[in-house]
Design a protein around this ligand. Structure first.
Ligand code: DQA
Length: 143
């Protein structure tokens, strides 16, 4: 059972900088993740929040809620949140970081991820497909 978390501003997918993030919405993304979960025979729960503390609690509680792995797109918290980094580091479940855009091809501040080092891996620049690849990695055990 996988948990897919999206952080700040990802509720604005489809409206927000479509040249960077595409025209599909968060709802489209969440339906896709659920469909991929069905294909991969694992239940998927998707959640989004603009609030750092809410994301921390979801990461902290994931194992006791029965999840076996976490896919997370922390949005801009990627570049700044030591609190989220600590929450991931403190969570024994495997976590894979995903970015829709290619963060390394963008502004310099996006080249630093404070969270990636405590994740099993990071996927960037492959659009929504990155979420599916992260799910597969978690289910293969390589996540
Ligand atoms: C993002 C990249 C971040 O730099 C940005 O702040 C986001 C989205 C991505 O999915 O490409 O909100 O995580």
């Amino acid at each position: 059972m996988l948990l897919v978390l999206n952080g700040p501003n990802l509720n604005r997918l489809g409206l927000r900088e479509p040249g960077v993030y595409g025209s599909q919405t968060l709802e489209d993304l969440e339906r896709l993740c659920e469909a991929w979960g069905a294909e991969l025979e694992t239940p998927v729960t998707c959640r989004q929040s603009n609030y750092e503390g809410q994301l921390l609690e979801w990461v902290q509680d994931a194992q006791e809620h029965g999840f076996t792995g976490i896919v997370i797109n922390p949005g801009a918290l990627t570049h700044s949140s030591y609190a989220l980094r600590d929450a991931i580091a403190g969570q024994p479940l495997p976590v894979v970081e995903v970015h829709i855009s290619n963060v390394d091809a963008r502004e310099a501040f996006r080249h630093t991820s404070v969270t990636a080092a405590v994740c099993r891996g990071k996927i960037s620049g492959l659009g929504f497909l990155g979420y599916r690849l992260a799910m597969e990695a978690l289910l293969e055990g390589s996540g």
